[in-house]
Design a protein around this ligand. Sequence first.
Ligand code: UTP
Length: 292
Amino acid sequence: MAFMKVRKAVFPAAGMGTRFLPATKATPKEMLPLVDKPLIQYGVEEAVAAGCEEIIIVTGRGKTTMEDHFDKSAELEASLEARGKTALLEVARSVSKLAKITYTRQAEALGLGHAVLQAKALVGDEPFAVILPDDIVDANVACMKQMVDAFNETQSSILGSEIVEGDAISAYGCLDCTPDANNPKLLAVKDMVEKPKPGTQPSQNAIIGRYILTPRIFEMLETITPGAGGELQLTDGIKALLQYEKVYGFTYEGKRHDAGDKLGFLKATVEFALKHDDLGPKFREWLKTFPI
Ligand code: UTP
């Protein structure tokens, strides 16, 4: 079979963001800013760093600010240019030049699997990345780049994974897996359990919001029935895929923040602010004086 390359990345961004109400009542969760960039921009930059040439955002009602964000803003650029604000002009321009972005809609939030299925026609018959924009991964080498490198080795679906200690794993999809003899970061997946009851987890390897999937996943998503919460679950689709193809977990290097959750978002904000070139030093000084 011809060598398969990951050229496209799908961003499911049609969810309702209920954990972040009331902020997400009229503003998409994906547009909440982490310091000075909306969450989804971090994900798009990661996909670009991984070599993806086409970005497909699955969006929904009330989410058009995402499209405006990645579009050219003629008025803003003209105004910044007229006032000689060249550095800011470059910031504004670079966002619209990040990648070729296409949008498709999920009419109803029927689950992550259903959201991915909406991208079928735009992806076509090739492997693709999936990035959940509320999982922000801070890494020296972009998490998806690490996964693409692993995919180039295996030519099989890859699920981003990390060790979650103890019963905290019960909040995640969990892998029943064995480490690959040659590359211990690769985990050969035997089965997957969604949110295992404490004490019943087959491993401490959790699935995070990063996937590379072969196009057969679409066939699987078309045949499975709604699972937990009446939603079409991506993990059920991947479980079905396991009957036909090898699937690997991949222990990435880096630190993930669940920015779709208020506490996770706050922690990510503090860490990213401390690392920020301009704001970091001043923020650090202020934090030291803050009475806790
Ligand atoms: P989440 O479960 O984290 O997002 O889904 P949510 O449903 O928006 O948030 P809560 O749980 O109500 O707070 C992970 C990603 O999948 C997308 C979401 O937009 C998010 O980026 N998603 C989820 C969809 O695109 N469609 C869906 O039907 C469900």
